[in-house]
Design a protein around this ligand. Structure first.
Ligand SMILES: Nc1nc2c(c(=O)[nH]1)N[C@H]1C(S)=C(S)[C@@H](COP(=O)(O)O)O[C@H]1N2
Ligand SMILES: [Mo]
Length: 302
């Protein structure tokens, strides 16, 4: 299990410390030149880049097109979204399909804190202390047939409540997929909470997937269906733009998005002066997952 080291101090405290440090040097935010500001900032940058992102940033800067395409739309427009009752169906290439209520899921599986880096394909990243458990535990509730090679995830379709679904921005419902061995990897997480609390609606309540070595869009929110399939699923993003979004979408600094570089990322931490950092292969989880792709040309299978 990947452990991202972090000290006792919270990101908020680090942030305040930095502000008071600047003040103690006699710099008001208005009086300082950009050059010297970023120099000071650089000396601090690495102190908090492995700290979890603040709860505020994680819950107000989101991608969740069902509630709009702006970063603050999910926070502003998902608060009334009803997540009770909620059932997750596991079907497809299984001996017997099952329906699990959210209550059953929460009482059967032990959610633990899993601090994982989310790298969005747009070029920003956050470090998020999820609460969750391995997807493999959930999939082990069914007997998977040997014909099953892939797993498809489906977000709820509810345009009454999800205003973004009233327009054909994506091919709704939001669909994503993994190869079965990727889905069974212990790092592939079923997320039920955040910062030790229940999962906020904007982050995919009541239940979302998180795949830490892939771009964020692979991690579908508000899941109602998990389907075992023989064939590779076509995700909503592949359907929207196959040239830009491949099935694998492993974080890879060497494979650029056709319209921009993927070599670096901007850590979201409430400080626009934070320099970009280098993106790591498999988002830094290479030791754990590289063997899943041995012998594969990752430029071809992007
Ligand atoms: N159903 C659904 N799931 C989704 C998305 C979405 O628009 N709809 N956006 C994806 C993208 S692009 C990212 S980066 C992450 C963002 O997760 P967060 O808002 O919890 O940080 O959710 C992913 N899951
Ligand atoms: Mo994303």
């Amino acid at each position: 299990m990947k452990k991202i080291k972090y000290s006792e101090i919270t990101p908020e405290i680090v942030y305040k410390k930095r502000r008071s440090f600047l003040k103690s040097l006699g710099y008001g935010l208005g009086s300082i030149s950009l050059g010297s500001f970023s120099m000071i900032n650089n000396s601090f940058a690495n102190t908090n880049l492995n700290e979890p992102t603040s709860y505020e940033d994680i819950t107000t800067y989101n991608n969740y097109y069902e509630f709009g395409t702006g970063k603050s739309d999910p926070y502003r427009k998902s608060q009334e979204f009803k997540t009770k009752p909620w059932t997750v169906r596991i079907e497809g290439e299984v001996e017997t399909p099952i329906d699990l209520s959210m209550e059953e899921i929460l009482s059967t599986f032990n959610s633990e804190e899993r601090i994982q880096r989310l790298r969005c394909v747009e070029g920003w990243s956050m470090i998020i202390p999820w609460m969750g458990f391995s997807l493999s535990e959930l999939l082990n509730k069914v007997k998977i047939k040997s014909a099953a090679k892939f797993v498809e995830f489906e977000t709820v379709y509810d345009p009454e409540q999800m205003i973004g679904q009233r327009r054909p921005v994506l091919n709704w419902p939001y669909t994503e997929g993994l190869r079965l061995d990727e889905a069974m990897h212990p790092l592939t997480t079923v997320v039920t909470g955040l910062y030790g609390k229940t999962l906020p609606n904007q982050n995919g309540a009541p239940l979302r997937i998180f795949v830490p070595w892939k771009y964020g869009f692979k991690s579908a929110k508000a899941i109602v269906k998990i389907k075992l399939t023989k064939n590779m699923p076509v995700s909503s993003w592949m359907d929207a733009s196959p040239r830009e979004y491949g099935f694998y979408s492993n974080v890879n600094p060497k494979v650029n998005h056709p319209r921009w570089s993927q070599a670096t990322e901007r850590p979201i931490n409430g400080d626009i002066f934070t320099p970009r950092i280098e993106t790591l292969m498999f988002n830094g989880y290479g030791d754990e997952v590289a063997q899943l792709y041995s012998g594969m040309d990752l430029k071809k299978y992007f």
